[in-house]
Design a protein around this ligand. Structure first.
Ligand code: HAM
Length: 543
């Protein structure tokens, strides 16, 4: 047999019981918090029609999903669950008389991402959707749910950043960008800001370290990949310029000059030339911004058949300025007002944003940062957007993302229903627990291990085990017919607290011999008393 058929595809994992226990622990905590706030669980299929996911994002999304054909047309494994929930609402599957709907889900999602630590092709999301309330207190409740889950898990050191897509959208509309073009700009903007954020993060780590290995192997390859991608984009443009095919004016040629240091990043890292790498990172970040600006200004953004929007350079510059606003609310809001003014749609969006931030304080959510660079890749967001990071997780530090999407249900042909929600990456929460040393000790497979010492007493031992289970005791009965000594050592290995040894005398007298595996003390008791005795021992008393 070919060995390769046994190899898991990249980005997929198996979960042995010890791993599953961590996932169940996290999922149970999430369920408990969400139900405390009145949210109800739903489930949607693992795959749906490709168009459901592409409607908002366009064809580009294809390369980031697992797409396959069936007799009913093209399907995609779900990359997320918000669009399926919006479909469920739009097609009348949920009782709208209970508006706002409060829904949650926990399940696998699939993205054709480049796998690395914390980024998988199959991963688990736990999310909520609050559908039917346009009010800022709904945004605030959803954000509070997310922070409460983290509190329940005992996870500290998270960074909550909040932005607002309505402000960004209103700004772009005010500058004359057609609405459909705005939708097509959001995705690439997210890629741009996430790239800048990653480059900045690597720069910080490198500039704080004098020696050693400040980056993990995945981080170093991600850094190199990102820099190389910018080099490739520049080179492509330069080649076009040389062939006279570039739409970018020749005057910008100097900006596209190659920088041979990109080829030596690994070497520079190994010899500890971190300052040099920081310099490369600064240049790459700058180049990425300029390249995007020039491409949008001279090639434009396609937003429909034969329709292209060319963004004037000064609009792009102002957009960058807007997105660079970050800080505590009482600093960021005045800065936003200063940059954008307070009239028309922009003014309304700013007031709404302010109200959402105020409502957060009613829920006791504090210590967040307003960060206008959060644009979120999924293009359905229309208002408040937020992300939660654990910086110690490195490149894949984002454990939660969400926001308001007021048009999606309507776009799917349903009623006009404003909505807000988020999703946690459960895998990343598990990683955060592991890194913080907060994984609870694994629960043993059973509490009581029943050992029939010979074949004749199997009947009695198994019947007794069934009664122990009926009384709520987690009980295993040996199915291996081993010698008593071996059975006792297995009981120990399984982590059982007590063994119950059954021989012909116990069977005859209708008793059970309970052995404390720690103290090795034994007592022989009738069934009912034995159960009481076992329960007392498990509750912490000595036997
Ligand atoms: P998202 O930010 O794309 O939002 O994904 C939510 C979370 O899923 C991320 O914060 C991250 O923790 C996790 N995640 C994403 N991709 C991967 C991956 N390849 N490997 C491991 N974890 C990953 C959404 O999906 C929206 N539907 C959230 C939402 C709900 N917005 C409104 N309602």
């Amino acid at each position: 047999m070919e060995k390769s058929i046994l190899r898991l595809p990249r980005g997929l994992r198996d979960f042995p019981p010890e791993e599953m226990a961590k996932f169940s622990y996290v999922e149970n905590k999430i369920r408990r918090v969400l139900e405390l706030y009145g949210y109800q669980e739903v489930r949607t299929p693992i795959f749906e029609r490709f168009d459901l996911f592409a409607l908002r994002s366009g064809e580009e999304i294809r390369s980031r999903m697992f797409v396959f054909s069936t007799d009913e047309g093209e399907m995609a494994l779900r990359p997320e669950v918000t669009a399926p929930i919006a479909r469920m609402v739009a097609t009348g599957k949920l009782d709208l008389s209970k508006k706002p709907l409060k829904i949650y889900y926990i399940g696998p999602c699939y993205r054709y991402d480049e796998p690395q630590a914390g980024r998988y092709r199959e991963f688990w999301q736990a999310g909520v959707e609050l559908i039917g309330s346009p009010y800022p207190e709904a945004d605030a409740e959803v954000i509070r749910l997310a922070t409460r889950v983290l509190e329940e898990l005992g996870l500290e050191g998270y960074v909550l950043r909040i932005g607002d897509m309505a402000v960004i959208r209103a700004f772009l509309t005010q500058e004359g960008v057609p609405e459909e073009a705005v939708n097509r700009i959001i995705g690439p903007l997210d890629v741009l800001t996430s790239s800048l954020d990653k480059l900045r993060m690597y720069r910080e780590k490198l500039s704080e370290a004098n020696s050693g290995r400040p980056l993990g192997p995945d981080e170093l390859s991600d850094l190199i990949r990102r820099c190389d991608e910018i080099r490739r984009l520049k080179e492509e443009e330069l080649l076009k310029m040389d062939a006279g095919e570039s739409l970018i004016p020749k005057a910008y040629e100097g900006l596209l000059e190659p920088d041979p240091r990109v080829y030596r990043l690994k070497e520079l890292y190994e010899e500890g030339s971190f300052d040099e790498i920081c310099d490369v990172l600064d240049k790459k970040a700058e180049e990425l911004v300029v390249l995007t600006k020039l491409r949008w200004a001279y090639y434009g953004v396609e937003y429909g058949p034969g329709q292209t929007y060319k963004m004037p350079e000064e609009v792009f510059d102002k957009l960058m300025e807007l997105m660079s606003i970050s800080g505590p609310g009482d600093e960021a809001l005045p800065a936003l007002e200063k940059l954008l003014g307070r009239s028309g749609q922009v003014g309304q969006a700013l007031s709404r944003f302010e109200e959402a931030l105020k409502a957060l304080s009613w829920f006791g959510v504090e210590g967040f940062t307003v960060d206008m660079s959060i644009v979120r890749g999924l293009e359905y967001y229309t208002g408040t957007v937020f992300e939660i990071d654990f910086p110690f997780l490195g490149a894949q530090k984002q454990v939660c993302g969400g926001g308001r999407y007021d048009k999606l249900v309507e776009e799917f042909g349903g009623p006009s229903l404003p909505a807000v929600g988020f999703a946690f990456g459960v895998d990343r929460l598990v990683l955060a627990l592991e890194r913080s040393g907060k994984v609870p000790p694994a629960r043993p497979r059973c509490d009581v291990y029943v050992i029939p010492i010979s074949e004749e007493v199997l009947d009695y031992a198994i019947r007794a085990s069934e009664q122990l289970r009926s009384s709520g005791l987690r009980t295993e009965v040996s199915l291996s017919r081993r010698k008593l000594r071996e059975e006792l050592s297995i009981a120990d290995k399984l982590g059982a607290r007590l063994a119950i040894i059954i021989g012909p005398r116990e069977a005859e007298e209708g008793k059970l011999t309970v052995r404390d595996l720690e103290t090795r003390e034994q007592v022989s008791l009738p069934l009912k008393e034995a159960i009481r005795h076992v329960k007392a021992a498990l509750a912490g008393g000595k036997t």
